[in-house]
Design a protein around this ligand. Structure first.
Ligand SMILES: Cc1cc2nc3c(=O)[nH]c(=O)nc-3n(C[C@H](O)[C@H](O)[C@H](O)COP(=O)(O)OP(=O)(O)OC[C@H]3O[C@@H](n4cnc5c(N)ncnc54)[C@H](O)[C@@H]3O)c2cc1C
Length: 305
């Protein structure tokens, strides 16, 4: 049975209850989307709260009601089904780090999750929150792009699947509507010959938002020719992005035949990083180039990670 609290929530430290009209804790996706259809404009979806509550306490916006997803067990599952993995939107970073299923099939997702924030942030923050926040620096986004994840968006009437690359439209701007929620992430299991590398550069080891991050996934055939390659970067443009020019340049060739510096320069030419306190535009371009070279060298020497 769904819980609804009006005006007084005792078990959520820091939320006084005076500041909002309703606090809903549905137990099923159906209940959640019915609420969104009815009151979507007044409700803020709450997952782990590690992005949302920071903004809320800083009074960055007004919230009149909350829709807390914590009791929807369906959103907490990681399942392997035939040729794909399905990860519920409420799966936390810690669960991604500890899941053997995720580690075996999609090691870059586990590695990225391991670098998010601190143990406390990882145990509350969720994959769904990381995606819907839509930060260009969200750590899980380059690996999810590199593995060509799809997102299931649900509203009261329908379920829709969209490619993750079509989800982000600007810094912290996505296509999700106020009557929709993200229910799961669907990723086709990698084919044999798939290798990957993930690297994050931040100012400090802990609690560092990425200055820049890279997920590189390559699939080689038995003759070691590149059948597919995705170089995806975070914090180098208004949205996380794949550098398609790398794919065009490398398909059908062997890693051993490629000039990695040329690929690094190609990446630097095709990104538009910002200047901010974490790094200048030129610094970010230079770092991006070097990250790509490092990752390609690692993959060429048979290493992963
Ligand atoms: C100290 C600190 C350090 C951090 N370090 C990092 C870091 O190193 N790397 C990094 O990537 N991030 C970092 N973050 C940001 C944050 O932890 C992550 O983005 C996290 O994954 C957010 O998940 P959440 O469940 O807490 O989202 P919430 O804060 O609950 O929600 C975020 C947004 O997503 C929406 N939302 C959540 N779930 C759904 C859903 N299923 N359907 C529709 N909308 C939804 C919410 O309405 C909200 O707009 C850090 C945050 C803090 C406070």
């Amino acid at each position: 049975m769904m819980k609804e609290y009006i005006g007084n929530v005792k078990n959520r430290p820091g939320i006084s209850g005076k500041d909002f009209k309703g606090y809903f804790v549905p137990e099923t996706i159906k209940e959640a989307v019915e609420l969104l259809a009815d009151k979507g404009d007044e409700l803020e979806i709450l997952a782990g709260g590690t992005d949302l509550l920071v903004d809320y306490y800083e009074h960055l916006y007004e919230v009149s009601g909350w829709l807390d997803l914590r009791d929807i067990s369906q959103l907490q599952e990681i399942k392997v089904k035939e040729d794909r993995m399905e990860i519920g939107a409420m799966v936390t970073h810690s669960q991604l780090v500890n899941s053997f299923k995720v580690k075996d099939h999609f090691p870059l997702i586990s590695q990225a999750a391991e670098e998010v924030g601190s143990p406390q942030i990882r145990s509350r923050g969720t994959i769904g929150g990381n995606i819907v926040t839509g930060s260009p620096a969200g750590d899980l986004l380059p690996p999810l792009l590199a593995y060509q994840a799809e997102l299931e968006l649900v509203d009261k009437e329908s379920k829709k699947r969209i490619a993750i690359e079509d989800f982000f439209i600007g810094p912290k701007e996505t296509v999700i509507q106020s009557d929709q929620m993200l229910s799961k992430i669907i990723i086709t299991l990698p084919q044999p010959g798939t290798l990957g590398s993930w690297i994050k550069i931040g100012k400090r080891k802990a609690l560092a938002i990425s200055t820049i991050s890279l997920a590189l996934v390559v699939r080689l055939d038995q003759q070691e020719q590149i059948q597919d390659i995705r170089a995806c970067l975070g914090a180098v443009a208004p949205t996380p992005l794949e550098i398609e020019e790398v794919r065009d340049k490398m398909l059908g060739r062997k890693l051993s035949e490629i000039d990695f510096t040329e690929i690094g320069l190609l990446v630097a030419e095709n990104i538009s990083p910002i200047d901010d306190i974490r790094g200048t535009r030129e610094y970010r371009k230079d770092i991006a180039k070097n990250l790509v070279i490092t990752a390609l060298k690692k993959l060429a020497s048979g290493g992963e990670g």
